[in-house]
Design a protein around this ligand. Sequence first.
Ligand SMILES: NC(=O)c1ccc[n+]([C@@H]2O[C@H](COP(=O)([O-])OP(=O)(O)OC[C@H]3O[C@@H](n4cnc5c(N)ncnc54)[C@H](OP(=O)(O)O)[C@@H]3O)[C@@H](O)[C@H]2O)c1
Length: 262
Amino acid sequence: MTYRAALITGASSGIGEAFARALPSETDLLLTGRQELPLEKLVAELSRAGRRVTYTVADLACHEGLNRVITAAEEFDIDLLINNAGLGYFGEIAVNPSKAEAEMVLVNVVATTALSSALLPGMLRRAEMLGQRAGIIIVASVVSFFPLPWMTTYAATKAFDLMYALGLAEELRGRPVDVLALCPGSTASRFAERAGSPTRLALLGHTSAQVASAGLAALGRRHVLVVGLGNRVITMIGRVLPPTLFARIVGLFTRRARRPYS
Ligand SMILES: NC(=O)c1ccc[n+]([C@@H]2O[C@H](COP(=O)([O-])OP(=O)(O)OC[C@H]3O[C@@H](n4cnc5c(N)ncnc54)[C@H](OP(=O)(O)O)[C@@H]3O)[C@@H](O)[C@H]2O)c1
């Protein structure tokens, strides 16, 4: 499936940047993030004659930034929305600054719902008019399936993302917009360092390119993709064990690994 025009949030690094590279050159790109320099470089790299590639700098944790992206995406006539921007902080809720805790909810939850609901009507209208399909990818996580003490708020936002994608997919059954909850495990990107992760988890996981390609291949074929066999086993255990027991067991590891937000 080749899309005409895609909005990718969080395109300035990691998985979002990999999505931009993975999409075929027939797809026009609208990239967003807060850091201008990497967006500028990516636009220069991916621009081709006859292909629109542009960026909008915006902080998705605030209304003004969200509105700027919505306006730009409506003008761009997108038929692929990749809700990828996200962040997480390790540490105790009792210790982390409440601003940091709220930021996770604003970007991972509020921005995802605001962009999806604002852009979906236009995507549906164009897809129905042109007789084509459109798509929404919501980047959730392997931690969408269970509580994760000492990264509690992050895991809760990702549980929201998974449930939101599943509900939306059902609402759109029979309509020309496909929805995918993409659930990576540990992935090499700036995420772990920004999260204050105490371990080099990225060494155990996938590359951002692997995650992005897997997501694009799965869109339209399924509603949920957990990336990698090891992660699928973890989520199966997460679904079988009672959440309280799972939190207890996982907490034994994350309690020792915790490091306060700085
Ligand atoms: N890496 C992992 O192990 C992993 C595992 C599971 C799920 N995920 C999910 O994958 C997605 C992408 O993360 P990543 O691994 O690629 O991490 P990353 O390299 O840190 O990239 C995160 C992206 O989100 C953007 N972003 C963060 N806060 C923002 C804000 N307030 N406004 C606008 N953009 C913002 C960043 O833009 P700026 O830098 O320009 O601010 C950046 O482009 C996230 O939703 C994350 O939760 C990651």
